[in-house]
Design a protein around this ligand. Structure first.
Ligand SMILES: C[S@@+](CC[C@H](N)C(=O)[O-])C[C@H]1O[C@@H](n2cnc3c(N)ncnc32)[C@H](O)[C@@H]1O
Length: 189
């Protein structure tokens, strides 16, 4: 199985982190976003499955779970390890098309492990527009950010983008048990 570190060495501009999220951050990602009642849950950028493995036990029995990963090698490895997830290999910006292909109107919950800080603004916008279009009214979106970037201009711009797109944006406590420490943005459509 590939690690985030080896995929980072191959594609630093796509992976954006040299180690996977900690269990503490993955659990924080799944909190207070209505996982238990969601009928369709989507994860963007699952990587090696650090957050995926915390999503699965929290899913409603009858729900559908779709994970969208750009890296074909990681997507292939997730296939075997998480049979509960429908793994789609592709870009998160194509989410509305992916949902259509999966015969889903919209997702109730979308969780993202995407490396926003290394994305050009155009790609950030395309993905966030796809998230908004793919979320059901009142749906929830969770994504994390590392604390060292939050006061930088790019971090401030990213938060403004979220606030412009969603009706509510909350931040979680800081998860110190992650490398680097991080927090979660919880947004409501
Ligand atoms: C920082 S890793 C995070 C992996 C995992 N979610 C975690 O938190 O440990 C980012 C992941 O996003 C994937 N990725 C990057 N750009 C993407 C895109 N446009 N669409 C879907 N996945 C993407 C990368 O291949 C990588 O697996």
């Amino acid at each position: 199985m590939s690690s985030i570190f080896t995929r980072f060495l191959c594609h630093p501009g796509r992976v954006g982190a040299f180690c996977a999220s900690s269990r503490a951050l993955a659990v924080e990602m799944t909190r207070s976003i209505g996982m238990g009642s969601a009928r369709t849950v989507v994860e963007l950028g699952p990587g090696t499955g650090a957050i995926t493995r915390e999503i699965i036990p929290r899913l409603n029995k009858g729900s559908d779970f779709i994970a969208v990963e750009l890296d074909p090698e990681l997507a292939e490895s997730l296939h075997g390890r998480f049979p509960r997830a429908r793994i789609c290999c592709g870009c998160a910006s194509h989410l509305p098309r992916i949902l259509e292909q999966e015969n889903k109107e919209a997702a109730d919950v979308i969780l993202s492990g995407l490396p926003w800080a290394i994305f050009p603004e155009k790609l950030q916008d395309e993905i966030l527009e796809g998230v908004l279009a793919g979320l059901a009214p009142g749906g929830r979106f969770a994504t994390f950010a590392y604390i060292q970037g939050v006061m930088l201009p790019a971090g401030i711009r990213f938060r403004r983008r979220l606030e412009n797109l969603f009706s509510e944006v909350e931040t979680s406590r800081i998860v110190w048990r992650n490398l680097p420490p991080a927090f979660v943005y919880r947004c409501k459509k």
